[in-house]
Structures are given as structure tokens and as C-alpha cells.
Design a protein around this ligand. Structure first.
Ligand code: ZN
Length: 508
């Protein structure tokens, strides 16, 4: 393992057999201690991979990154100089699982779920894909094994919408390893699929190694809600007290929206396609049209195959939008800037092709249309465009925070968002709690782990792995930089470096 122990996310690990290798996940752990890029200090456009490796942000893995980008960086083998046959598995498009997938040499396949692949492709079209030098990723077929030489990589999906929640079962002649990815089982579909996986492991004679997401074991309230009098976590497939069910949350959203008399503007996380489905349903139930900002509209259109209505906020990114240009040109003429006034829309220019196509194919909702009938709209105004609210009708209006960034109460930008929405005359409504973004409660994870009862349990992706005990197998935390051999259902540290096909260099 390269990272992801005792950290929120960032599980990066490899399984190697002979010259064959699976890298599972290539993301960034959230760690304030290595949060170097603040205060104007940012990644360098050309040297970002080398810097990331030097700073310990990018996993130090031989035979993965192109020589040109490494530019002679010492102690790491470029992909071109490696004879390993590598495949990379990414469970979903959250940064802690895929932030560095663009850095992988383009000859090495990177596998994503079909929906994840579709969303990443749409993001690449708007220039918002991951940083790197490749522009394509391979969609796996859920439940269909991929042969990586002598290793079988079996991708499993537990939640179809959006890019959420796949996991992988890696099997070699010596044994099996399952990485849960983000373990989320609160919705019926997710639970059914995870129970299906448990059955699969059983049919295959049990699991040797389970690397299990233990995120919620760090939440004291969640632990308390899932424990009995003695403090032991009780296995259960029911939601613990205080965890609202998805139907209850949906009812709450309908009630909250029904109380809004004017414009309902919202802030959401645009890659979450299940939230898009929820918004469209909610719009239908409350007689409102859902309108997205251009970038979100592009994703929605590319993902679902039908174009939603869109609204163009006054933002630098959309400054050349057809129709917006006329207004800007008018202002420029008044200011005597003849040259700027004559500047025309330039469709088809690299990076703008998507805008031209959206403008051509989708229907635009203007500020004037919203002003005429504010209660008719459920309108995305993301935090970066919050000042747009000043020019929108505020009477009876509300600003609905539904999982968009800035997400958390402790974030200073969150306080700013609340204040500015208020100054613009909009009632701020915390529209949804973050229950739908939470990982499984400890009681559910307990049930899951006990039902699998792996020979080795490695709790990961959370700060308190010690709280997730093994049932009858061995509880284990590997050390970074140490290679373990899987033999007879156990992991044994490898002493002789010559036995190892892929020696790990430790950035530390
Ligand atoms: Zn995660």
C-alpha cells in the first residue's frame, strides 16, 4: 500500500504477480499537513507531476508515469523502462480515488465504470478533466473479469447512477483480495449489490484479504448510534437512529421546496448525476423547470442524452457566449472600445466547441425570463457565481444549499455563502443534510465484514481503523513501503528484495 491508511480516502495499492500488476486507485488522500497549494502557491503546469512526487502527494510507483514528465527524476522507473504489464482500476470519480489518473502513461489502461468514463469524457470536452497527458479511459463491464496477465481483475458496481461506488476483486493463483471502494449501502440498490458480492466471495471459497472502507468509524455520533451498552458495535442492516432514510429525505426536500414562493436557486455538486435525477423529479413535482449553468448542462446532456435548459451567469468563463456578446459589445461601444466591440463569437475554437454546441442545441433561459416568472424555476447558481443573485428576483426566493462546494459549516466560504445569499435578499436554506454523501454506518459495515469474514482484514480510508475489528481472521495494518507476499491466506512481509517483482521506493 502506498497511502490510504488512517487518512480520509486516498487508498493506493498494487497487487503484482510475476510481471503482471494491478494498481488500484490513483487518488489523493485529504491531508491538511500536505496541503501545500494555498496562498497563491500552485502546481506548476509543466512540472506538477515531479513536484507532486517530491512532495509526497502523488504515489511513488515505478513503471506508471511517462519518462517525459518525470524528466530524469531519480529513484523512480518511467513506464517506458518497465517491463511490468500494468492495469489501473479506479472505483469512482472522487478526487481521493482518481486525482492522478491523468498522469498514468497513455499505453497503460485505466479502467472506470461505464458511467464514470462517460462523465470524465464530458469533463475532458469542457477542459475540466483531470490534469495530465491522456484524454481517454477505458470503461469496464461490471461483473466481467479483466485478465491482466495472470491476475484477474473483477470490477463490481454497487450503485449505477453517477460515477459512484464500484469495487474490485483481484484474484491470483495464490489468493484473493477485495477493495470495497467507498462502502455505501444505505440505498436498497447498493445494499442488494453488496449482498450479491458477499455471496460471490462465499461461492469462491471465501476471501483472503479485505481492504475495507472504515470512514464512519471516526464519527463519534455514528459510533454511539451503532453501539450497545458495552460500547460494542452491533451488526445490522438497518439505518441507525438519527440516520434518515432516502424516502424521508426526499419528502423533506419536497416540503422545503413547496415553501419557496419565488425563485428557488440551488448550489449542488454538478458531477452527481443521481442529484440531477432527483432535481428533475423534484421540479416535476413542484411545477418548476430545472435550469443548469452551462458546464453542468453540458454534463447532464452528455450523460443523459437530452439537453436540459441552461442559464448563463455573468462570468469570465462564459464571457463570449452567443447573445451575451451583444450585451458586452454594447457596453464596450459606450466605453469607446471599438476594437473590443467588433470582436465576434468564435465558435469551434479549441475549448469552446462544447459551448457552441450547447448554445446551438439546448434552450437558454435568460435573466429576463426568470424575472418575469421567478416561481417557475429551479435554477442552479453555483457558489462561484453567487453574485448573480443580486440581479435575480429575490422576493419570496430561497437559495438552496444541496451538497455543493463549500459544503461544510466550518468552511469560511460557507459562512460567506450564507451571508451573501442573505444580502441579495434570498432566504438561505440548508436543503439537504449530507446523509446522502455519507459512507455506511458502522453497524452496516460490521454486518458486511462479519458476513465475509476475510482471513485478513485491512480497515482503510478512515482515521480509526482500530475500531473495525476482524471477526475470526487477522486484523492488519500494513506498513507503507513494505511488500507483502500473499500465501496460504496470510500476508507475510517479503525480506528478500530479489523476490519482489516491483520494489517500492518510499518517497519518505
Ligand atoms: Zn473515498
Amino acid at each position: 500500500m502506498y497511502s490510504g491508511l488512517r487518512s480520509i480516502g486516498g487508498v493506493v495499492a498494487t497487487v503484482t504477480r510475476g510481471r503482471d500488476r494491478v494498481v488500484f486507485e490513483i487518488g489523493a488522500a485529504y491531508d491538511p499537513a500536505t496541503d501545500f497549494y494555498t496562498g497563491g502557491l500552485g502546481p506548476r503546469p509543466e512540472g506538477w507531476l515531479r513536484d507532486g512526487l517530491r512532495l509526497g502527494l502523488v504515489p511513488w510507483i515505478d513503471g506508471l508515469y511517462p519518462a517525459a514528465a518525470l524528466d530524469g527524476l531519480e529513484g523512480i522507473v518511467p513506464a517506458e523502462d518497465s517491463d511490468l504489464n500494468t492495469a489501473v482500476f479506479v472505483s469512482h470519480l472522487h478526487l481521493d480515488h482518481m486525482a492522478y489518473m491523468g498522469a498514468v502513461h497513455r499505453d497503460i489502461p485505466v479502467y472506470l465504470s461505464p458511467n464514470g468514463q462517460r462523465i470524465e469524457a464530458a469533463l475532458e470536452e469542457t477542459g475540466d478533466g483531470v490534469r495530465g497527458w491522456r484524454d481517454s479511459y477505458t470503461a469496464f463491464t461490471p461483473g466481467e473479469p479483466i485478465a491482466v496477465g495472470q491476475i484477474e481483475l473483477l470490477p463490481l458496481v454497487s450503485f449505477t447512477p453517477a460515477y459512484g461506488h464500484s469495487s474490485c476483486l483481484i484474484t491470483t493463483p495464490e489468493g484473493s483480495l477485495h477493495w470495497t471502494g467507498d462502502l455505501v449501502m444505505q440505498r436498497p440498490e447498493e445494499l442488494a449489490n453488496r449482498l450479491r458480492d458477499i455471496e460471490l466471495f462465499r461461492r469462491r471459497g471465501g476471501l483472503d484479504v479485505l481492504i475495507c472502507d472504515c470512514t464512519e468509524f471516526s464519527d463519534e455520533a455514528a459510533i454511539a448510534a451503532c453501539s450497545d451498552g458495552s460500547g460494542a458495535i452491533v451488526p445490522s442492516l438497518d439505518l441507525p437512529v438519527g440516520w434518515e432514510s432516502f424516502p424521508a429525505m426526499a419528502a423533506g426536500r419536497r416540503r422545503a421546496l413547496a415553501e419557496v414562493e419565488g425563485l428557488a436557486a440551488f448550489n449542488f455538486y454538478p458531477r452527481e448525476m443521481e442529484d440531477v435525477e432527483m432535481l428533475v423529479e423534484l421540479g416535476g413535482l413542484t411545477g418548476r423547470e430545472v435550469v443548469f449553468e452551462p458546464d453542468a448542462a453540458w454534463l447532464v446532456g452528455r450523460y443523459f442524452g437530452t439537453w436540459p435548459k441552461y442559464y448563463v451567469p455573468d462570468a469570465a468563463r462564459y464571457a463570449d457566449w452567443p447573445g451575451v456578446e451583444a450585451g458586452r459589445a454594447g457596453l464596450a461601444r459606450e466605453a469607446g472600445q471599438a476594437e473590443q466591440a467588433g470582436r465576434a463569437w468564435r465558435p469551434g475554437r479549441a475549448g469552446e466547441a462544447w459551448q457552441a454546441r450547447l448554445a446551438r442545441e439546448a434552450e437558454r433561459v435568460t435573466r429576463q425570463m426568470v424575472a418575469r416568472d421567478p416561481a417557475r424555476y429551479l435554477l442552479q447558481i453555483g457558489y462561484p457565481h453567487l453574485l448573480e443573485l443580486f440581479d435575480l428576483p429575490s422576493a419570496g426566493g430561497a437559495y438552496l444549499q444541496m451538497g455543493g462546494v463549500p459544503m461544510y459549516d466550518g468552511d469560511p466560504n460557507h459562512a460567506r455563502m450564507v451571508e451573501l445569499a442573505g444580502r441579495a435578499g434570498f432566504r438561505y436554506v440548508k436543503f439537504d443534510d449530507h446523509m446522502n454523501m455519507r459512507h455506511s454506518p458502522p453497524s452496516m459495515v460490521r454486518h458486511y465484514v462479519d458476513a465475509i469474514d476475510p482471513r485478513v482484514l485491512i480497515p482503510a480510508h478512515g482515521a480509526n481503523p482500530e475500531r473495525l475489528a476482524a471477526k475470526s481472521g487477522r486484523w492488519f495494518q500494513p506498513e507503507y513501503g513494505v511488500v507483502y507476499r500473499l500465501a496460504e491466506g496470510d500476508l507475510v512481509p517479503v525480506q528478500d528484495a530479489d523476490l519482489v517483482a516491483d520494489p517500492i521506493a518510499d518517497p519518505a
